[in-house]
Design a protein around this ligand. Structure first.
Ligand SMILES: [Zn+2]
Ligand SMILES: [Zn+2]
Length: 241
């Protein structure tokens, strides 16, 4: 069955999927509609590249890179396959996932298409489900608290977005775009209230210090945890009063 049952456009500048309408400009990045392709064209011209991170975790990217290309991740837990975030490109060729859990509402990607094609469930924090960019996405669960599911721990920290949630599965930590890393230096995401972003980072630091971690999966990188944490400690110290 084709998942393309209503019109859906993908912005080639940022990768945002517009469900059920054809706006003049992209609601995410403001690009003009000449930059949009249909989700079906996207499906024909892009694929989803799978890269192994650990025995249980696979990195997912649109290929060629699409817009503000971001990584999503597929986790093979004991009982279910769970994605953290979602690629902008829809592909039928990837192993079926049971749930898609979102860190926040910026990288919703083609999650509505994966959801309907795979009869999967889409989860997001309640606060981010209320945001304008998330309005047309069909969420199955809007969580409000931290939770554990299939060995995945979800921690709501607020900050970059009001519902921002990071995830830990065994020794792998999923942080999307809360911070960026370039040339060994780490920066907070500049979007969102800076004071709340720092407060969220401190909450996160306390949680991280109670775990033994090996890998960090970000929106455009996978790093060894020790390397990532060293840069994170420098960043946190730089904003301490
Ligand atoms: Zn855009
Ligand atoms: Zn973001």
């Amino acid at each position: 069955m084709s998942p393309f049952r209503e019109e859906q456009y993908v912005c080639k500048v940022c990768g945002y999927n517009m469900i059920g309408y054809y706006p003049e400009t992209c609601p995410f990045c403001g690009a003009l509609k000449v930059n949009f392709i249909t989700a079906e064209d996207c499906n024909e011209n892009y694929e989803v590249l799978e890269t192994k991170v650990t025995d249980k975790v696979i990195r997912l990217n649109s290929s060629p890179p699409l817009g503000l290309e971001h990584s999503a991740y597929s986790i093979k837990t004991e009982k279910q396959i769970i994605w953290i975030d979602c690629p902008s490109t829809f592909s039928k060729d990837i192993e079926r996932m049971d749930k898609i859990m979102l860190t926040h509402h910026h990288f919703l990607g083609a999650s509505n298409l994966y959801r309907s094609y795979n009869s999967a469930f889409l989860w997001i924090h309640e606060e981010d489900s209320k945001q304008e960019l998330a309005q047309k996405y069909p969420f199955d669960k809007k969580f409000e608290n931290d939770y554990n599911f299939c060995e995945i721990e979800a921690f709501h920290i607020n900050g970059h977005t009001p519902g921002f949630t990071f995830y830990i599965f065994k020794d792998v930590f999923f942080i999307c775009d809360y911070v960026s890393v370039s040339g060994g230096n780490m920066h907070f995401n500049p979007y969102g209230p800076h004071d709340k972003t720092i407060a969220g980072a401190n909450v996160m630091d306390n949680i991280l210090n109670k775990h033994i971690l090996r890998k960090v999966c970000g929106f455009d990188y996978v790093l060894d945890y020790s390397e990532w944490k060293a840069a994170f400690d420098i960043l946190l110290n730089s904003v301490k009063i």
